[in-house]
Design a protein around this ligand. Structure first.
Ligand code: CIZ
Ligand code: SF4
Length: 304
C-alpha cells in the first residue's frame, strides 16, 4: 500500500468516526479531491454542506468558501484544514471599503462575488458566483450596479449585458490575471483545433480568445457534453483532474507555465487527516454578520 492510499484510508475512517463529510474544491490537489465525499465549486459545495446530516464539515478549499458554508449551515462544525489558506482576491476589499464604495454611488445595488469575506457579503445586496453572475445582474432589472471585488468578472458581465453599466471594484485573482493573450495563442498554435475554455476571472483580452467562458463546474458539464475532443483549459490547474474524470478519453491541455493557486495547494492530505483527528481549524462567523451575509446569499439563490 502506498503512503497516499494508507493516508486516504485513515481520512475515510476518521470521517466515519467523527460523523464528518469532506468537501473539496475543484482546484484542490488530486489526492485531496479523490478522498472527498463531494468535489465542486464553492456554491455547489456550500449546498452540499447545507444538505448533509453530518455534524462536521471538513472544507478543503480557501477561507471564504468555508465561511460561506458556515453562513448556510450555522449549526454544523465547519473545519478548514489549513487556516492560512486565504484568497488574495477576497482580501482586496474590506467591509469599510465596501461601505465607502456604496457611499460614493448612493442608491446603486452592490453585487458581490462569493470570493469575498462574510463582512463584505454582509454589506452587499446580493451575491453571485462565476456561474450565475450574468443572470444575477440581469435579474436585478437595473441599468447601473456596483460589482466587487473582481474587475475581470465584472467586465465579462458587462460584455454580456450591454444595457447595464457596471461599476467594478479593482480586485482580481493573481492566478488568473497572470495569463496573457500570448500564452493562449501559443497554446492554440501547439494544439490547433482544440476548443479554448476560459474562466471569467481572466483578463478581457484572454476571455476574448475563448470559445466558451465558464465557471469550473460549467467547464465540467461543457466538456462532457461537447462534441469536441480536445480542450485548452484556462483556469487553475486542479480542474484538469476533474475534467479528465468527467470526460475520460478527451484531451485537456493547461497553459505553460501551469496556472497554480498557491493557497489552494496549501491543503494536503496530511492536513485533512490532522484536522479530522484533532478537530482543529473551526471557522466561525459572528451572528450579526451572518444574518446579513445570509440575506445576500439567499437573494442570489432566489434570483439565480
Ligand atoms: O466559485 C468557485 O468555486 C470558484 C472560485 C470558481 C469557479 O468558477 O467555480
Ligand atoms: Fe482566490 Fe484565485 Fe485562488 Fe480562486 S484561484 S482562491 S480566486 S486566488
Amino acid at each position: 500500500m502506498t503512503d497516499l492510499t494508507a493516508l486516504s484510508e485513515e481520512v475515510r475512517a476518521l470521517a466515519r468516526q467523527r460523523d464528518a463529510i469532506v468537501l473539496a474544491h475543484n482546484y484542490q490537489r488530486q489526492e485531496v479531491q479523490d478522498v472527498a465525499d463531494f468535489v465542486g465549486d464553492s456554491l455547489g459545495l456550500s449546498r452540499e454542506a447545507a444538505a448533509t446530516s453530518a455534524a462536521v464539515i471538513v472544507f478543503a478549499g480557501v477561507h471564504f468558501m468555508a465561511e460561506t458554508a458556515k453562513i448556510l449551515s450555522p449549526d454544523k462544525h465547519v473545519l478548514l484544514p489549513e487556516p492560512r489558506a486565504g484568497c488574495p482576491m477576497a482580501d482586496m476589499i474590506t467591509a469599510e471599503q465596501a461601505r465607502s464604495f456604496k457611499g460614493e454611488h448612493p442608491g446603486l445595488p452592490l453585487v458581490t462575488y462569493v470570493n469575498s469575506s462574510a463582512e463584505v457579503k454582509a454589506e452587499s445586496d446580493v451575491c453571485c458566483t462565476s456561474a450565475n453572475a450574468v443572470e444575477v445582474v440581469r435579474s436585478l432589472g437595473v441599468t447601473r450596479v456596483l460589482f466587487a471585488p473582481d474587475r475581470n468578472l465584472g467586465a465579462w458581465v458587462a460584455s454580456q449585458l450591454p444595457d447595464v453599466e457596471i461599476i467594478t471594484w479593482d480586485g482580481f485573482c493573481p492566478t488568473h490575471e497572470r495569463v496573457t493573450a500570448e500564452q493562449v495563442r501559443s497554446a492554440v498554435q501547439a494544439h490547433p483545433g482544440a476548443m479554448v475554455v476560459a474562466h471569467p476571472e481572466c483578463r478581457p483580452e484572454v476571455v476574448a480568445l475563448a470559445d466558451a467562458v465558464l465557471s469550473t463546474s460549467g467547464m465540467i458539464r461543457y466538456v462532457a457534453s461537447s462534441a469536441a475532443e480536445e480542450f485548452i483549459v484556462i483556469t487553475e490547474s486542479g480542474l484538469l483532474h476533474g475534467l479528465a474524470k468527467a470526460a475520460p478519453g478527451k484531451k485537456f491541455f493547461g497553459l505553460t507555465p501551469p496556472m497554480v493557486c498557491p493557497n489552494m495547494k496549501l491543503t494536503t492530505l496530511e492536513k485533512v487527516r490532522d484536522c479530522l483527528r484533532d478537530g482543529t481549524g473551526e471557522v466561525t462567523v459572528p451572528a450579526s454578520t451572518r444574518a446579513r451575509a445570509l440575506a445576500a446569499v439567499e437573494r442570489m439563490v432566489a434570483l439565480g
